[in-house]
Design a protein around this ligand. Structure first.
Ligand code: NAD
Length: 485
């Protein structure tokens, strides 16, 4: 084994760090340098089965552990995430390619917020009762489900992993979790933190490996009662195919093709600043990023000129440098996919206003996967480029003349995750918001997140909602009890 490799991961099962049963490991690559960053277990159904046995063994006591105790443990996990921010942020950046300042400012702080939020949430979670005059009273129990599966993607690795695990264990379940095989290292560091925080053995089990082998084994396992999945629509479809006949509870947070609708009466400077952010933060690899920018015709020219100027000024560089606004694309496979999508856009008749190319940096990152932020115009609303998710630093521009046309263009997509509306006419903005087919709408802002709000999409963007009570409801089974008086 190359001793230079910073991390060699082991599955976390029943509180122990164990090798995969087949002794096989996968390479995990730092996308900024193309060097091996970690070796990770290539787990299969045997490892998943061992994790389920451990989770089942822990469930009888964890499910009746007083909420005050769960609250304390989850808060300790949050505190330890904060204390280890530097190491976690560096691991996240080396694993994912995102700028280190972004990992420090967004990803890791949000992971501790997730634990703190659901630690508090479970203390306040209440159920209903329904009185039938003097005849009977119904009350509703919300009980933990048992062993649940949590599967997460690579774009916000620890942020989304903890967004699932925290409500699941807060609600009294035991978890078998799998981070993306592309970015697994912060999940491994989290397992060490959970052990240090005193989370009882078996409450959280983490297995590493591919979607086809390890992920599907979680979905197929008879004793895993619910699956919370975030990832591509393609994988979500596959998971639904397996899980639906088994009548598993499913939460699917899938892809997007989000519109930013820009009216002429917007607050120009704020809109411009935030649209740059919503288009290119995390190299455009946030499910909530705007990828179709719809601009009112009267300001189309002005917008295009200024937007392109500002995109040109985005510094692409070594993710470890504070000055880099854009880091590396997460993997070679994803890099190739984005480059192919840009080629498709050209073939479809799109004009590249800026970008469109891979970028070779000098020095440490000379082999890394970097792509210029790319702006394309001149495409029809229903071409492949405007219909399919690219999930990279690529946006298209389209113009509209009326409010109705803006809504029509927004809804031309098969996805419906997040939309952004820019207008100072608040009545108009609210009218449009009500008609846009989307689970989330931001008016005059982007990515302003309140963890209490329902989070999720419509159409091909998924099924169910995460966040706040929605998450705690998902991770509990409801039972109505009727007592005759
Ligand atoms: P992906 O679907 O390839 O993988 C996501 C996770 O699922 C990984 O852990 C993977 O190993 C696993 N997986 C893949 N196939 C599986 C299968 N058949 N059975 C079980 N598990 C399987 O997605 P990705 O490339 O890691 O992430 C990017 C995608 O995630 C984009 O489509 C993006 O829009 C989406 N995403 C959605 C949200 C949201 O909240 N809606 C948030 C972030 C990312």
């Amino acid at each position: 084994m190359n001793l230079e490799i910073p991390y060699r991961l082991e599955n976390y099962i029943g509180g122990e760090f164990v090798a995969p049963m087949n002794k096989q490991y996968l390479d995990c690559i730092n996308p900024a340098t193309a060097e091996i960053f970690a070796l990770i277990p290539n787990s299969n159904e045997q490892d998943v089965d061992a994790a389920v046995v451990a989770a089942n063994a822990a469930f009888s006591s964890w499910s009746v552990t007083p909420v005050e105790e769960r609250f304390k443990i989850l808060n300790r996990i949050a505190d330890l995430i904060d204390e280890n921010l530097e190491e976690l942020a560096l691991a996240e950046t080396n694993d994912n390619g995102k700028p280190l300042w972004l990992s420090k400012r967004m990803d890791i702080p949000r992971a501790s917020s997730n634990f703190r939020f659901f630690a508090t949430g479970i203390m306040h979670f209440a159920t209903e009762s329904h009185s039938m005059e003097n005849k009977a009273i119904n009350y509703t129990l919300r009980q933990p489900i048992g062993v649940v599966g949590c599967i997460s993607p690579w774009n916000l690795p620890l942020y989304l992993f903890t967004w699932k695990i925290a409500p699941a264990i807060a609600a009294g379940n035991c978890v078998v979790a799998k981070p993306s095989e592309v970015t697994p290292v912060t999940a491994y560091l989290l397992s060490k933190i959970c052990k240090e925080a005193g989370l009882p053995n078996g409450v959280l089990n983490i297995v590493y490996g591919t979607g086809a082998s390890c992920g599907e084994a979680i979905v197929k396992h008879k004793e895993i009662k619910a699956i919370s999945f975030t990832g591509s629509t393609r994988a979500g479809e596959q998971i639904a195919l397996i899980a639906a006949p088994m009548f598993k509870k499913l939460s699917l947070e899938l892809g997007g093709k989000n519109p930013a609708i820009i009216f002429a009466d917007c607050d120009w400077e704020k809109m411009m600043r935030e649209t740059i952010r919503s288009s290119f933060t995390n190299q455009g690899q946030i499910c909530l990023c705007s990828s179709r920018i719809l601009i009112e015709a009267s300001i189309y020219k002005k917008f295009t000129t200024e937007f392109v100027e500002q995109v040109k000024a985005l510094t692409i560089g070594d993710p470890l440098n504070d000055s880099s606004r854009q880091g590396a694309i997460v993997s070679k496979i994803h890099f190739d996919k984005i480059i192919a999508c840009i080629e498709t856009a050209k073939q479809e008749g799109g004009t590249i206003l800026y970008g469109g190319n891979a970028l070779q940096l000098e020095g440490r990152c000379s082999n890394g996967y970097f792509i210029q932020p790319t702006v394309i115009e001149g495409l029809s609303p229903n071409c492949k480029t405007n219909m399919e998710e690219i999930f990279g630093p690529v946006v298209t521009l389209q113009s509209f003349s009326t409010e109705e046309e803006a809504i029509q263009l927004s809804n031309a997509s098969n996805y419906g995750l997040a939309a952004t509306i820019w207008s100072q006419d608040i009545s108009k903005a609210n009218r449009v918001a009500a008609k846009v087919e989307s689970g989330i709408v931001w008016i005059n802002c982007w990515l302003r997140r309140d963890l209490r709000t329902p989070f999720g999409g419509v159409k091909n963007s998924g099924v169910g909602r995460e966040g706040g009570w929605e998450a705690l409801r998902f991770f509990t089974e409801v039972k109505n009890i009727c007592v005759e008086l």
